[in-house]
Write a protein that binds this ligand. Structure first.
Ligand SMILES: C[S@@+](CC[C@H](N)C(=O)[O-])C[C@H]1O[C@@H](n2cnc3c(N)ncnc32)[C@H](O)[C@@H]1O
Length: 200
């Protein structure tokens, strides 16, 4: 996301990420002269007050433990009149992805990671953010069914961390059996985008 933000809006863009390994991946695959990556978290952002025109949380909010502190910290770094974008899934509005239809147990495990629409909106309004828009964004998740299956097999979806080996294995067996009947074309996904501004 960070190089795309830099090319769309100009830099500098600061990627803040607590995991050393994820920062190393970002440097390896998303290096850009207008982008810097810093150790930090949503709860502790290593940037001065009012130093950002905008902030983007892209599928991050469900990982954040100190939500009240993080919503306040984002308020601190985004300048008055600036914008906060939160791209997420909500537990009560999960995307319609094909493997949830084949393996409903996986949808339950995935949804359990997320907060509800009301909870996420409240997290931010309680910290002095005003919701100015709620959009549904549909994006191309992968070019083909095979690409989806390959990514699932890598278990790069964090829902797998919350399932037993039996549920994972049984799910892959059902997927294997269902593959011939599934649409092989580009795979789309719809997720939720909240647009917020500092209140007042
Ligand atoms: C699903 S990944 C999204 C990564 C990145 N935003 C992207 O679009 O490629 C979620 C990321 O949130 C990071 N994360 C976990 N806890 C966090 C926190 N408290 N503050 C900020 N990021 C956090 C994880 O290390 C992980 O890299």
């Amino acid at each position: 996301m960070t190089p795309a933000l830099a090319s769309a809006f100009g830099g500098p863009v600061h990627g803040v990420e607590p995991s050393d390994r994820m920062r190393a991946q970002a440097l390896a695959h998303a290096a850009d002269p207008a982008v810097t990556y810093a150790a930090g978290s949503a709860e502790r952002i290593p940037l001065p007050d009012a130093s950002c025109d905008a902030a983007l949380l892209f599928f991050v909010w469900h990982h954040v433990v100190g939500r009240a502190a993080a919503a306040r910290e984002l308020r601190r770094v985004v300048r008055p009149g600036g914008t906060l974008f939160v791209q997420a899934n909500f537990a009560d509005r999960m995307p319609d992805v094909w493997w949830f239809r084949v393996v409903p147990e996986w949808e339950a495990a995935d949804a359990a990671q997320f907060r509800s629409e009301h909870e996420v909106k409240s997290d931010f309004t309680a910290a002095g953010w005003t919701l100015v828009a709620h959009e549904e964004v549909t994006w191309v998740r992968s070019a083909s069914l095979a690409e989806d299956v390959e990514r699932l097999r890598l278990r790069s979806v964090s829902a797998f961390e919350h399932m037993s080996e039996e549920v994972v294995d049984a799910g892959f067996a059902r997927i294997e059996a269902a593959l011939p009947s599934l649409d092989d074309g580009p795979q789309h996904e719809t997720s939720q985008l909240l647009v917020l501004r500092p209140a007042g």
